[in-house]
Write a protein that binds this ligand. Sequence first.
Ligand code: ATP
Length: 627
Amino acid sequence: MSKERGSLSIHSENIFPIIKKWLYSDHDIFIRELISNGCDAITKLKRLNGMGEIDLKDETNFSIKVVLDKEAKTLTFIDNGIGMTGEEVKKYINQIAFSGAEDFIKTYKDKGDQEQIIGHFGLGFYSAFMVADHVEIYTLSYQEGATPVKWNCDGGTEFEMQEGKGRKRGTEITLHLGEEGEDFLNEYTVKSTIEKYCSFMPYPIYFEEVGKEPEKDEEGNIIVEEPKALNETQPLYLKHPNDCTEKDYKNFYRDTFRDFKEPLFWIHLNMDYPFNLKGILYFPKLNTEFEPMEGQIKLYNNQVFVADNIKEVIPEFLLLLKGVIDCPDLPLNVSRSFLQNDGFTRKISDYITRKVADKLKSLFKTERENFEKFWEDIHPFIKFGVLRDDKFYDRVESLLLYKTVEGKYLTLEEYLEKQGDQEEKNIYYTNDSNQQAQYIRMLRENDLEVLSLEHSIDAAFISHMEMKKTHVHFKRVDSEIADLLKESDDAEDKEVITKETETLTNIFKKVLNKEEIKVQLESLKSEEVTGMVTLSEDSRRMQEMMERYAMGGLEAGMIPNEEILVLNKKHPLIQYMLHHGEEETELMKLIPQQVYDLIMLSHQPLSPERMTDFIKRSNDMMKQMIS
Ligand SMILES: Nc1ncnc2c1ncn2[C@@H]1O[C@H](COP(=O)(O)OP(=O)(O)OP(=O)(O)O)[C@@H](O)[C@H]1O
C-alpha cells in the first residue's frame, strides 16, 4: 500500500452528544461559559477602542444581563460587547472547537495584552445544550454597517441562520430550557450559580426576571431600586496591597467566605513574574479544637472561578486556610475544573508555600507578641505543614513555638538553652495537663519547664521533630523522670536500698495481688508525695501506636507495660511500711492499698472496680476516725 497523508475527520453527529454531555462535569457550568463569553466580547471591544481601531466615545456602561422568563422557559444572556458578523458566526459558532478568542489574541498579539481574554478552546458555547433543547443567538457586530444575525439550533447538528431584526450592538443568547435545565427556572438557582462562578468577573452582571411582581412598600407604592450587580468587578485581591486597608481585608473575607468571625491575619499574594498570580490567603480563627479544620481556597483564572481546593496548585496543608487565588497563567484543561499536570503548577505551589512561610517569619520577628497570640489558632495548621512538606519545615523550623503549662511560648532553642552544652537533650511535655498535674507540679518544683502538647496532631509532631533533631528527646511528664526528682544518693548504702526495695515489693505484691509489680525506692526531693508511677516513654508510645492502628494481629497488651512504682523513701507512710515489714495487721493492708490507689489516681483514671474499692476504703477510714 502506498504511503498516504491526510487529516482526520470528525463525524459531528457522533461527537456532538459527547461534547454536550461529557465535556463538563457540572451542569451549571453553562452559566460561567456564556457569561465569560460576554465578558470576552466586551474586553475585545474595549481593547479595539484602546488600540484606536474604533471609537467608543464616552461609552462606559458595559454589562451583562441575565434574564429569566419562567413562563417562556427561557434564560437569556445579553452583552453589549463586540457582537459577531454573519461570517464570524459561521466561523466561530458553526465550527465547533474553533475559538474566536484564540483568533483575536493571535491577530492583536503585538498590540499590547493588558486585559485578558478568557476563552481558549472554542467549546464553551456548546455547554448551553447541556440544559437547553433549543438555542437562539441574535447578534450585531460593532463593525459599521454590519447586518444583525439570527442563528438557531435545536441541539442536532443542523442550524439555521438568517438576517436578524435591527438591534443594538452586542449578543443575546436565549436558551429554551429543556427537562435537564428545569432547575434553572428558579431565580435562586440562577443567582447562586452566577455568584459561584462569576462573583469576580470584570463587568457587572445583572439579573432580571420577566413578569416579576415589583416589590411594594407598606403603602402599596412600588419600590424603585437601582439595579445591583451580582458580582464585584474589582475584587480586593487585584488591588495593590498598599491600597488595601485592614477593614477592606476583613470585609472581603466576610463577603467571600460568609464567615463572620474575623480572620487572624492574611497574606496578599501579588506576583507578576515569572508567572502572574494574585490572591489573598486568610488564616481563619479556629472554632473549637474538636471542630474539623476545613478551609476553602477558591481558584480563579482571569477572575473566572475554576474550582475549590485544587490540590495541584495549593499545597495540601494550605487547604486548611481560606483564600482566593487568581492565576491567569494556569494550564487549564478544556473543562477548566482540571489542570494539565505539568511542572508549572508545582512552581505555583512552591511559591505559595514560600510566601506563607515568609509571612510567618516576619510576624515572628517583628510581632512576636501577636504571633504568640495567634499561635493557639495557627499551630495545628503549621504543624500539619511541617509534617507534610519538608521545604516548609526548613523555612519555619526556627519559629515553631511551644506553649508551656504556664502559658509562656518558647522556641525549641529557647527551651533547650537552660540545658547547657550537654549533647542529648530532653524536653518534658504533658499531653493531658489535668490528669498529669501531679507530675507537672513535681517537675516545676525542680524548675523544669513543661510543655503542653495536647492537640491531636502533637503525637505525630513530636515523632517528626525527634526524627529531624536526633539529639532531642521528648519525654512525657510521667515517663522515666524519677532520676530528675530524687536527691543525690551517693551516701546511700546500696545493700540497704536493695533490701528495702525488696520488702516494699513483697508488701505490694501481696496486698494488691500483683505479681508483676516493679518497685523503685528513691529519696524524692519533695516530701509531700508518697510516690509516682512512671512509664517507659518508648514502650508507652509503642502501645499507643498499636492502639491507634490496631497493627496486624498484634494486640496492645503484647508490648510489655514497663510501669514502675516509684516510692518516696522520705514519706512517713513509706517509712511506716518499711518499719512494719510484712506484719499482717489491718493497717498494713490498708496503707499499701490506699497509697497505691492515690499514686495511680494521679497517673490515670482507676478502673471502675478499683474506684469503688477506693471510695469504700476511704469512707471506712473516715468512719474509724470519728468512732
Ligand atoms: N457573546 C459573544 N459575543 C461575541 N462573540 C462570541 C460570543 N460568544 C461566543 N462568541 C464567539 O464564539 C467563539 C466560540 O465560543 P466558545 O464559548 O465556544 O469558545 P471560547 O470562548 O473561544 O473558548 P472556551 O471553550 O475556552 O470557552 C468565541 O471565541 C467568540 O469568538
